[in-house]
Design a protein around this ligand. Sequence first.
Ligand code: SF4
Length: 260
Amino acid sequence: MVSLGALNSFGHCPYSCPFCYVQADFLSYPALGVPAIVQWLSDQPSDTFDIVYVSGDTDSFAPPRTLEGLFLLEQLLALGKDVLFTTRMVFGDSALDRLGQIAEMYARSGLRLFGCMSVAQSTIPRLEPPPIASPLARLKQLHTFRAAGLIAILAVRPFLPIVPLSDYEWILAQAVDGAHAVLGEVWYVDTEGVLESNVLGSERLQTYDLATMPFDNNLATWKVYMAHETQEFFSVRCRELGLPFFMRSRPAIDFIRANL
Ligand code: SF4
């Protein structure tokens, strides 16, 4: 997993989602330029990874780094690996044109470019505050991604205890015929209570597991909100709507490679 790294010394990400672990114990990735990121990946044994994630500690496509994020996608093509990126950014027309051209370059090389649009709610805007675009604008972009030749993934991440199932019902309805697959995710919460205060106010999670993050090297122990009811809802509704649903990205990638 790579990213453009922390935006500056004041914060990881141009966006400020109150539920996000970058507001707590998550360690920033190194802030390297695009050539250094590609060189670092080139130096890794090629058989130790078959896909590059542009994700993690920041939105590498949010202004002011949209063009740098797209340049990173272009340069990663030299590695000969599939690439998956995640964003809450709604691209303008020229950036979308360029993204479509990048997807074409990947396809010509026999590779896939996965574009994950993240949407966590539809009626609680404080959870994805401006300048993040509306949920509807982001969900429409799933369809644009697909039309442009990307593998379009709806990432409803993380599942939060205050988001009603009716939000998720609406989100899934917008994704039909756009998303190739849907991802959910448990919510990682710091044990100091920073993220609970941000999202729940004075309340605290009543049920949670304690675990480290399986996708990152930070050593912190996190409270993990498993969202069992939400997971069950997604399993049922996604099956009914014909949307493949996964809680982890790896089985989603395997499914798409086997079926698309
Ligand atoms: S856009 Fe992603 S990385 Fe940035 S604050 Fe929101 S959840 Fe965190």
